[in-house]
Design a protein. Structure first.
Length: 141
């Protein structure tokens, strides 16, 4: 028998601007505390951009990467790290998935068991991108 994936979380109403501001402020604070030039993107449950922050000296290429990480997390209802881990394990089918970024640093934003948005961070190493994204998510707790 082949392994099965858990039932994905349902989509919920779009993340509101005030919640997005709290998430962004916490993520920005973590990036600043570490002196990391980061781009942070927050999207709603339809993967539409709500907020974008580009820190001083952040890579211009990270703008699109951060937004793609947030959108991938929403569109596929999983952290982008899942794709990176599967790819590292040799599951090459993910390479053919359109509109998905296979790099750690994107997470769904979950409220009351429903996906209401996503956060994507780019600018440093993938683990550092995740550290900043997770600091943002912690603002919702």
């Amino acid at each position: 028998m082949s392994p099965t994936l858990p039932q994905p979380l349902p989509y919920g109403p779009p993340l509101g601007l005030e919640a997005a501001k709290r998430i962004m402020a916490a993520a920005e604070a973590e990036a600043a505390a570490q002196h990391w030039p980061m781009v942070i993107a927050i999207v709603d449950s339809g993967a539409n951009l709500l907020m974008l922050h580009r820190g001083d000296q952040a890579h211009l290429g990270s703008i699109g990467v951060a937004q793609s990480k947030a959108q991938t997390a929403v569109n596929f209802r999983n952290p982008t790290k899942l794709f990176a881990e599967r790819l590292a394990a040799g599951v090459l089918g993910f390479l053919s998935v359109d509109n998905a970024i296979l790099v750690e640093g994107g997470y769904p934003i979950v409220v009351d068991g429903k996906i209401v948005g996503g956060i994507g961070v780019s600018g440093m190493l993938p683990g550092q991108d995740s550290q900043v994204a997770l600091a943002g998510l912690a603002a919702l707790i």
